[in-house]
Design a protein around this ligand. Sequence first.
Ligand code: DGL
Length: 274
Amino acid sequence: MTADHEHKDAPVLFFDSGVGGLSILAPAQKLLPHMPVVYAADRAGYPYGTKSEAEIAARVPALLGRLVERYRPRIAVIACNTASTIALSFVRAALDIPVVGTVPAIKPAALSSRTRVIGVLGTEATVRQPYVDRLAAEHGADCTVLRHGSAALVALAEAKLRGEALNPAVARDALAGLLDQPRGEEMDSVVLACTHFPLVQQELEAAAQELGTRPLAFLHGGEGIARRIAFLNGEAPWPQNPAPGSAVFTRMDPDVEALQPALKSYGLTQINAL
Ligand code: DGL
């Protein structure tokens, strides 16, 4: 007998606290256009970045367990740095399908930085993780790795996808949080270590210009994750006509309605509550 998750219609599950995971979904859709998608946003738990390690470690594996039971995905992608840097090993232990995590792109930043000063912009929870210490030690031992956590930038990305007017001071302050640290003015690479942040990269670029920084490279792991999904899927077939993408929310509220046009632009036309 074939397990559900081996069926050709089995989706890939993308998981985040909110809309951030769309920055991971987009490159995966580009690489794998026939991939059926379930995008899950834990609105009831949002934001993750201001929560404790214990809260995230308890919440995320349990929720992914429920989602996997309900949607029988072939692969689960934790499209969230906060959840991945805290709970990836617990999720892997709890599930019997491949799990892809999203962790700060310090390695490519260290490979390309000329000044050897790298900024890591994430949530407050992510930037304090030992996981980030390990990545910095392993890949950027000769680099100064500056870190800054911004909950306001997460909220900015959510507001942008709801189509609201944005306050440019938010992106400016987030970047200044790195630039104002010792050696900050030498920074030439910024790791977007929260999946919400590539959604506001344009705003960050405008802020960099306004602040008169040196040219900054903004890096994140989206394309690498897309390749990882393709690799893990191997030869398993994709459907010729995949079902419309669905977005599932752990809480329905008026913001979900405001997000619908943005979700639709990622092919997520079915909106469900978990
Ligand atoms: N998008 C998430 C991340 O990559 C977390 C945002 C939040 O809920 O604080 O870290």
